[in-house]
Design a protein around this ligand. Structure first.
Ligand code: IPM
Ligand code: MG
Length: 360
């Protein structure tokens, strides 16, 4: 039987609540002998700041490196996000991404048939939408130097640096091409090459890689502003999109609106091998934490992505996705999707998913 070891990071806010549900789904798979997984838990983010005074312990990084996958809730919250860079809750996550070499962040945007009528767009616009944003995760303007704030006449001046080398572009574009080929699809590379030099480097590197090793996969270049329009106007035209760190941050939230709720969205952060970190896109949602009403779908679907990418079990991942769809199709919704109708709790949604898996 396939399997391995998973480091589980519940984190802060609604993180522990949704991670508990994803764990129940994975425990069900293990109990049924469908996959062999072992688990251990670690504190990262606010949970670590409260106990060791830092957002992550060196030992946690070492344990992550020794694991086959990291299943991550979410980190941050009032009181943990305001200190100097390096001390904030999110720095625990940034360090894991960096030290594990996770440069490709996969954000699938898939509209469940049950949610076509739960978005602010026309059902026919979102019907069947199924694409993946591949966001570069360890470079770009998030980490570029120089950065800072300095005094300037009349106030201050802030500056950041958007930088990519061809090598950085190639490795993330290579992952995106591989994914597009696996899906039998096509790739859109998103940039702002009509204005930014860094985007010129991006476009040339993707074009060269395409010619060298991925000529069989259709490639389209699209400017980020037009991409933003097209994602809302006609999202079905997309299959896989690759883009820089900040463009991916922005466009993935926008694309999230197509699915009805940010709570639906999973993600996988991958490097060269099969080890990955899997986390929902929603944050810690401090406003609803502790109430047991969070949508666990993004977290459950992140666990499914883990089974697919780190444990080569797409079959099992598909079963979990189908079980979540079944539950939604039956009209079972958490508060974010229920509108004026009845809503179930996070745990009750988990019960329904397990029941759907049992019916299988
Ligand atoms: C995301 C988030 C993070 C990011 C924030 C919380 C730092 O918005 O994962 O999209 O910008 O990467
Ligand atoms: Mg974001």
């Amino acid at each position: 039987m396939s399997g391995g070891h998973v480091l589980v990071v519940p984190g802060d806010g609604i993180g522990p609540e949704v991670v508990a549900v994803a764990r129940r789904v994975l425990d069900w798979c293990v109990a049924k002998d469908l996959v062999g997984l072992t688990f251990e838990e670690a504190a990262v983010g606010g949970a670590a700041i409260e106990t060791i005074g830092r957002p992550i312990a060196d030992e946690t990084v070492a344990r992550a490196k020794a694991s086959d996958a990291v299943l991550f809730g979410s980190v941050g919250g009032p009181g943990w996000d305001e200190g100097p860079p390096g001390t904030r809750a999110g720095d625990g996550l940034f360090r894991l991404r960096r030290e594990l070499g996770l440069f490709a962040n996969l954000r699938p945007i898939r509209v469940s048939p049950a949610l076509e009528h739960h978005t602010s767009l026309k059902p026919e616009t979102v019907r069947g939408v199924d694409f993946v944003i591949v966001r570069e995760l360890t470079g770009g303007i998030y980490f570029g130097e120089p950065r800072g704030v300095e005094p300037a006449e009349g106030g201050e001046r802030g500056f950041n640096t958007m930088t990519y080398t061809s090598a950085e572009v190639r490795r993330v574009a290579n992952s995106a091409f591989a994914l597009a080929r696996k899906r039998g699809g096509w790739l859109h590379s998103v940039d702002k090459s009509n204005v930014l030099e860094v985007s010129g480097v991006w476009r040339r590197a993707v074009t060269a890689l395409h010619a060298d090793t991925h000529a069989d996969t259709p490639l389209h270049h699209i400017l980020v502003d037009n991409c933003c329009l097209q994602l809302i106007r006609d999202p079905s035209q997309f299959d896989v999109l690759v883009m820089s760190n900040m463009f991916g941050d922005i466009l993935s939230d926008g694309a999230g609106a197509l699915t009805g709720s940010l709570g639906m969205l999973p993600s996988a952060s991958l490097g060269e091998g099969t080890r990955g970190l899997y986390e929902p896109i929603h944050g810690t949602a401090p406003d609803i934490a502790g109430q047991g009403i969070a949508n666990p779908c993004g977290m459950i679907l992140s666990a499914a992505m883990m089974l697919e990418h780190s444990f080569d079990r797409k079959d099992l991942a598909d079963r979990i996705v189908a079980a979540v769809d079944d539950v939604l199709l039956a009209g079972t919704f958490t508060a974010d999707l229920a509108g004026s109708g009845p809503a179930v709790s996070t745990d009750a949604f988990g019960d329904a998913v397990i029941a759907a898996l049992e019916r299988g």
